[in-house]
Design a protein around this ligand. Structure first.
Ligand SMILES: *Cc1c(COP(=O)(O)O)cnc(C)c1O
Length: 203
């Protein structure tokens, strides 16, 4: 079922009032198809984040001028160039092979808890990764993280706080952190960008 404009608008406006005017809200659109994007446009959503190139291409072909496009999914190197042409920001750079092909500005994804199943550069590797990505010409604007899954938003706080420290240590301004369940905590810890999906459609 496509999302209703009224539901999306009410949730989006509530989230906007909670995070304040300075924080970017990227709406994660993996839950909706190209038709469903209409409701987001009517609800006043400005920035959308896609996880897969194929979905990005399909939605961009229909709604390219309506939104600003970000990429938040796992970035495969062979798709990095195509993603770059459609997106103003890539949140999930974590390999030098992708960095070689990337032309859009990027955030580096950090795997803070060293979770083996999760993408992202480790905090130990971050300084050398940043130096090498920059040497390849990538415009690195900041850091992104997906903290370990927890029932309690407070469980994410130490990870968000650590990401802020890492960004400060490396002279980076942008912090993409916080999803539906923990975006309030993320903003308290200095997020400049939150990525919200499910709450907008169901909340
Ligand atoms: C889906 C997704 C989100 C949004 O998560 P919700 O829990 O739906 O708010 C944020 N970031 C990434 C990378 C995602 O894939």
């Amino acid at each position: 079922m496509p999302p209703s404009t009224d539901t999306v608008r009410a949730n989006y406006e509530r989230i906007r009032s909670e995070v304040g005017p300075e924080v970017q809200i990227v709406v994660a659109t993996k839950y909706v198809d190209a038709d469903g994007m209409e409701a987001l446009a009517s609800a006043g959503v400005e920035i959308v984040g896609e996880n897969r190139l194929q979905d990005l291409e399909e939605k961009h072909a229909r709604h390219g001028d309506t939104f600003r496009w970000h990429f938040i999914g796992q970035l495969q190197s062979r798709k990095a160039r195509d993603v770059s042409t459609l997106c103003e920001l890539v949140h999930s750079l974590d390999s030098l092979s992708a960095a070689k092909r990337l032309t859009a500005p990027a955030l580096v994804e950090v795997n803070l808890a060293g979770e083996e199943t999760k993408s992202g550069v480790s905090s130990e590797e971050l300084p050398s990764f940043l130096a090498e990505a920059r040497a390849l010409g990538v415009d690195v604007r900041g850091l992104m993280t997906m903290p370990p899954i927890t029932d309690d938003p407070e469980g994410s706080r130490p990870h968000f706080s650590r990401l802020r420290e890492l960004a400060a240590d490396n002279g980076l301004a942008e912090l993409s952190m916080g999803t539906s369940q923990d975006y309030r905590v993320a903003v308290e810890e200095g997020a400049t960008v939150v990525r919200v999906g499910s709450l907008l459609f169901n909340g």
